[in-house]
Structures are given as C-alpha cells and as structure tokens.
Design a protein around this ligand. Sequence first.
Ligand SMILES: C[S@@+](CC[C@H](N)C(=O)[O-])C[C@H]1O[C@@H](n2cnc3c(N)ncnc32)[C@H](O)[C@@H]1O
Length: 258
Amino acid sequence: MGTRQDPNGTHKNGGGPSTALAYLDPKYWDERFSTEEHYEWLKDYSHFRHLIQSHITPNSSVLELGCGNSQLCEELYKDGVTEITCIDLSAVAVENMQKKLLSKGFKEIKVLEADMLDLPFSNECFDVVIEKGTMEVLFVDSGDPWHPRPATVTKVMKMLEGVHRVLKPDGIYISISFGQPHFRRPLFEAPQFTWSVEWSTFGDGFHYFFYTLKKGRRSLDDKGSSKEKLEIPSICLFQDELEGEDYLFRTNIDELNC
Ligand SMILES: C[S@@+](CC[C@H](N)C(=O)[O-])C[C@H]1O[C@@H](n2cnc3c(N)ncnc32)[C@H](O)[C@@H]1O
C-alpha cells in the first residue's frame, strides 16, 4: 500500500513522475511496469474487504479495470471468487500479471490487454465491474474539478457507458476512488444510466470513497444529474498526508478545495 517494490525487493516511497499528466501516456505505464513489481494505489484490499463482501459472492463474474500490478484480483480469488477478468491498457502490466498469476496457481483469472474506453465484451455479461484508482487517470488533465473540461467528460462518459453496457441487468459497478461525491455524482447520475448511486468511506486520516452503482435500481423520481452542492466529509488535507504518490492525483482538487 503506497509503496513500490522493485524486482529486487527494495521499496521506493513516492517515486512518481514529475507531473500527473504522465499517467495519460501509455508509454509511461509500460516503462513503469517493466521494473515495478507491486504498487497498490489508494489502499490495499484489507482496508475495504468488509465493504466488498456484501456485493461480491463466489458465483459473481467480475471485471477489473486497470489492474496494473495490484493484488486486488488475487485477494478476491483467495476469497472464493474465481470468475475474474482483468484488463489493462499496458501490455507490460498484462504480461507481468499473467505470469504472476500462473506462478501462484491462479489459472482461472483472465488478463487481457484492453482499453476501458472501448470494452471488448458483449452486453450484460458481468455481475460486477470494479476499479480502484483507474477512473482517476481520466481526470488528471480535467482542469477545474467543478467544471471538468468537455474532453474529460467525454472520456469519462465513454467509460461509464461501457461499464453500464457490460453489466448484467442487476449488476454492480464498484469504484474505489479519491473523487468526492460532489464531483462524481453529476457523472454517475447522467440520465442514460439506470443505476442507483451510493457510497461509503474508508481510511483513517484520509477518506477514500467506495462507490456502489447498482444497475436497474435508480429511483423513478430521480430526474438526472445532481447539480446541488453536497454535504461532504472534511477531507481537505495536506498532500504529505497521502501515501506514496497518491497525492499527484489529488493536486487539482486540493488547490481548489482547501
Ligand atoms: C492508478 S493505476 C491503478 C492500478 C490498480 N488498479 C491499483 O489499484 O493499484 C491506473 C492503471 O490503469 C491503467 N490504465 C490507464 N488507462 C487505461 C485505459 N484506458 N484502459 C485500461 N487501463 C488503463 C494503467 O496502465 C494502470 O495500470
């Protein structure tokens, strides 16, 4: 969690790129994954396992977006979920993840190179779509978080429409994120989506958000995107309170919110 472990087993704390814009460059991720063995964005599974368990059962078919070199899929597998597909845009991440899972005997987990903005799956085929810190990548050049650039909104909506499409009629999208509800709700609650939107928080000093979007559960009196300012937990923190390089994702929001 928040630490990088290279193949020699040494840890590098906070060794991120000089600017968060690098996260938009697929070459950045390929280079990074060619030397980095494990890095867990936000928090590791142990911190939100209690929140996941009521939504995922051993029979669930699960799609993880942007797996990187996280242990999330392994942890789900150890908890009895065997039908897991992971995707990542980075060919290096995919190859490394495939090798690692095979070496650990987790042969059923599928790992594919794919873009979350263009999901190569048929409609309504997963019970759960999950991502941790992956949607965040789309926001690194969003500008003002209250008024994200149209190009950012277009990409995020493309991703969300794909997630909504591949979920079964009663499927759940779980998004584990830094993004606060007043920034995420207008996007999650766009009129074309039939899911309800709820969230919990986890973490100690810093609150992370655990969103659950349940397809087919949107209430009929919810007319669409919420524009009102919502009550939010007090999470205006200094960057050095975040572990590793997580602070890079937060830069825009902190500047405007603190
Ligand atoms: C911030 S990391 C999160 C990794 C992992 N989920 C975790 O929790 O540690 C973002 C990951 O998303 C991947 N990624 C970026 N853009 C993507 C896209 N369009 N489609 C799929 N994966 C993408 C990156 O290669 C990287 O592995």
